[in-house]
Design a protein around this ligand. Structure first.
Ligand code: ADP
Length: 397
């Protein structure tokens, strides 16, 4: 039996997981997978330590309509039986919101869960699923050491100025502030900067996490100084389906003049906007890049324009720019989007090496470029596994 850490990232209809050896250092996972289609027809897929998909025969059948709770139980049973058996001795969870108080990962206790329940109104689409997964594991394996890792923690180093909205003071004091997200990804990127940049790692760096959700973080001394997301994960960049920052007056107009309900506006902003809304074709950059439709090209151009605009804004918060790091699905894979963003940043000292960009090299700027431009695959699960090992006083089953 191998002592293992189960890393869970629970969403509304998906459950991503990875299984790591419970040991120090930077171990790689011996299993990575996901269950999608939860609530309708759940499907499990997984890859072994070499990244090879496991054959269907090695996977289990999942009952249609099975709850998150039931699926977590099935997953734990399956892991027990997997390849001679792993023994899950700790679990680490991605939790979207840690409020103002959580500046790093925390061991799960009843008191912590109560504190995190109170934050549900700040992240109603994600937090309930994250917390339900923790409770499911606790019910299935009482006493198992569990650790919560927060997407907001990395940004708690920011000055008050970077976290405030220009709203009446009472709202600020009540917690209506910019929390920022994708912190586990930025934590990982920050940890890799010295190996890529040497002393410049401590300088002025903007990390661009461009996935289905997209944000940027301006760092100095490898700590967050400012970020594009705000109270919610709706702010900032244009995303796959989300609008990103828009004039708040648009919301008033939609409600007052068009009679839209709050739910309809929410759906519009979270599900029908962004690349999907502008193109009318897809939220997926791969599909848009393959399309000849002018609307697809316009959606990609707007995505790049908004991203470059945000780099300019964030560069102000760190008084200049030494490096840009692209990461996540789009940042790691789309040479076209990276190229279009960098083409707008010559004035900041960015000179792209087109050939290096096409082959997704780690450094895609020219030797003469004043700003280093890097492509670094993110590893949020690895951050959670390491934090869980460090904090998780192992609880045996
Ligand atoms: P999530 O926020 O769900 O973790 P990812 O970081 O996995 O998202 O990013 C998913 C997105 O990355 C896809 O919707 C797609 O737009 C983009 N993407 C993935 N692979 C490629 C590729 N090879 N070329 C261009 N874009 C890609």
């Amino acid at each position: 039996m191998t002592d293992a850490i189960l890393v869970l990232n629970a969403g509304s209809s998906s459950l991503k997981f990875a299984v790591y050896p419970n040991e120090a250092g930077a171990p790689s996972p011996f299993l990575r997978g996901k269950i999608v289609g939860i609530g309708s027809d759940p499907v499990l897929s997984a890859r072994d330590e070499t990244g090879r998909p496991l054959p269907q025969d090695d996977l289990i059948q999942l009952d249609p309509g099975a709850s998150h709770d039931a699926l977590i139980s099935v997953l734990l049973d399956w892991l027990d039986g997997h390849q001679g058996g792993v023994s899950v001795t700790a679990a680490g969870h991605r939790v979207v919101h840690g409020g103002t108080g959580r500046t790093g990962p925390a061991r799960v206790t009843d008191a912590l869960l109560a504190e995190l329940d109170d934050l549900v109104p700040l992240a109603p689409l994600h937090q309930p699923h994250n917390l339900a997964a923790i409770r499911s594991v606790a019910a299935r394996v009482p006493g198992l050491a569990q650790v919560a890792c927060f997407d907001t923690s990395f940004h708690r180093t920011q000055d008050r100025m970077a976290q405030m909205f220009a709203l009446p003071r009472a709202l600020t004091e009540a917690g209506i502030i910019r929390y920022g997200f994708h912190g586990l990804s930025y934590d990982y990127i920050a940890s890799t900067l010295p190996q890529h940049l040497g002393d410049r790692a401590e300088g002025r760096v903007i990390a661009a996490h461009l996935g289905n959700g997209a944000s940027m973080c301006a760092m100095r001394g490898r700590r967050s100084v400012a970020t594009s997301m705000g109270l919610t994960a709706l702010d900032g960049l244009m995303m796959g389906r989300r609008s990103g920052a828009i004039d708040p007056g648009v919301l008033l107009h939609l409600v007052e003049e068009r009679g839209m309900t709050v739910d309809a506006v929410k759906h519009l902003l979270y599900e029908e906007s962004g690349l999907l809304g502008v193109s009318g074709i897809s939220n997926d950059v791969r599909v848009l890049e393959a399309s000849d439709a002018p609307e697809a090209a316009e959606a990609l151009d707007l995505f790049a324009y908004r991203a470059a605009w945000e780099v300019g804004a964030l560069a102000t918060s760190i008084a200049g720019l030494d490096a840009i790091v692209f990461t996540a699905g789009i940042g790691e894979n789309s040479a076209r989007v990276r190229g279009a963003i960098c083409a707008r940043l010559g004035w900041l000292g960015v000179t792209l090496d087109p050939a290096a960009n096409e082959r997704h090299a780690t450094r895609i700027s020219t030797a003469a470029s004043r700003v280093d431009v890097l492509v670094v695959p993110t590893d949020e699960e690895g951050v959670i596994a390491r934090a869980t090992h460090a904090l998780g006083v192992t609880g045996r089953r």
